[in-house]
Unconditional design. Structure first.
Length: 399
């Protein structure tokens, strides 16, 4: 079975520790990094530990056992699903400066036929930790990054050999280059240029037209475009959290997604006055309906575009982290139903209350589900003087 050599894993760990953390600046001496790695990805954990120590920081390592989720949901009662050791999680949240998470799935459909409501119940029980970390992040005291360690199950789901799958990861993360961090610096510079151009345009609305797509998105007041920041490796997308109230039209997503341990594909959504009024999936429709029925999960939280010239991902990877960043022939566009990114607000995030977010149209929800299309599309912006300008065409930004 294919395994990357230690040189590749060391480069990978260096990118995550010495670049992605601290928003592209890397971890600092004496800072604390919590690392979550599935057991099958232990070779990467070894290199992550070394990279953190080399930087003079402190690692807290957590190995996650695989193939136990199904039994957990089958055997747990409600009390067990909602158990939350509050003092433990609060102490850990207060202690850490950074978090690194590694995805290494050994069964992408492990939870098939498990009641999604049980999964949602368990996730909701842990929302307090997520909120603590978000508050810490918005205060500038916490960063995180997420990356992928290929497994045979992930490769087979994507229709690739394990070696082919690894080669996509190696290429996407610039691990085939002598100095991957230098290459990521270049990506950040270009993303900064594109974001500045988009922000300067003060776009009022976007109209996306393409095969099985006719969607209008209101950007809203006090917004800025986001991208980079090291939160995901790789990440080539440029995105924004729009005013959900101005979403109209329909869109078909030609890429599948994996939700609550189930595969969902051929999703169609129609919006009216900001809300999903029609939703259907050829496979996984019940899961989709259950998700949309959650609080505010029928509203837009994110709009994103990836320029095919930036992305080095060329194949379907059966993983949202990669599929929402795919390049290919037409780049990709994805939207997320549910939670908006507060970072998209132009002012001080810590000064706003819940009612302020509501007035600005930033959606608040326990969900954030990304749906991806790689179809050809044209994105037309309406500017403050009501003129219209194409900003994205044939998979490329044209600004």
């Amino acid at each position: 079975m294919y395994k990357p050599d230690t040189t590749i894993l060391k480069k990978y760990a260096d990118v995550l520790v010495k670049f992605a953390l601290n928003s592209g600046k890397g971890i600092n001496p004496e800072e604390v990094a919590l690392v979550y790695v599935p057991d099958v990805a232990k070779p990467l954990l070894v290199e992550l530990n070394k990279a953190i120590l080399e930087a003079g920081a402190h690692p807290i390592l957590r190995i996650l056992p695989t193939n136990i989720s199904r039994a957990t949901y089958e055997l747990s009662n409600e009390s067990q699903l909602t158990f939350f050791p509050r003092r433990y999680h609060k102490a850990l949240t207060d202690l850490i400066d950074h978090q690194i998470g590694i995805i290494a799935d050994t069964n992408l459909q492990e939870l098939e036929n498990i009641d999604p409501k049980k999964i949602m119940l368990a996730l909701d029980a842990r929302k307090t930790t997520r909120e603590w970390l978000e508050d810490k992040e918005y205060a500038g005291k916490f960063t995180w990054t997420l990356a992928l360690y290929p497994t045979l199950a992930m490769a087979e789901e994507a229709g690739l050999t394990l070696e082919e799958y690894w080669k996509q990861v190696i290429k996407a993360c610039f691990l085939d280059q002598q100095d991957p961090i230098r290459e990521w610096d270049k990506i950040f510079i270009e993303q900064k240029r594109v974001k500045a151009k988009l922000d300067k345009m003060n776009i009022q609305h976007l109209h996306i037209k393409g095969r099985q797509i006719d969607l209008k998105v209101k950007i809203g007041e006090k917004r800025k475009w986001l991208g980079g920041g090291g939160r995901n490796i790789p990440s080539f997308e440029i995105f924004i959290s729009p005013d959900w109230r101005g979403t109209e039209g329909y869109i078909y997503f030609n890429q599948p997604l994996y939700m609550y341990g189930n595969k969902v594909h051929d999703v169609f959504l129609e919006f009216q006055k900001g809300k999903v009024i029609k939703a259907h999936a050829k496979r996984g429709n019940k899961i989709l309906q259950d998700m949309i029925s959650r609080r505010n999960a029928d509203k837009l939280g994110e709009f994103s575009l990836t320029d095919k010239r930036a992305s080095r991902i060329t194949k379907f990877m059966a993983n949202t982290l990669y599929d929402e960043n795919i390049g290919g022939r037409y780049g990709n566009m994805h939207i997320a139903l549910g939670l908006a990114y507060k970072e998209s607000f132009t002012g001080d995030v810590t000064k706003l209350k819940k009612k302020d977010w509501k007035l600005l149209g930033f959606n608040q929800s326990p969900e954030h589900k990304d749906l991806v299309t790689t179809a050809d599309k044209t994105v037309i912006a309406t500017l403050p003087d009501n003129s219209r300008k194409i900003i994205y065409k044939s998979g490329e930004f044209v600004i």
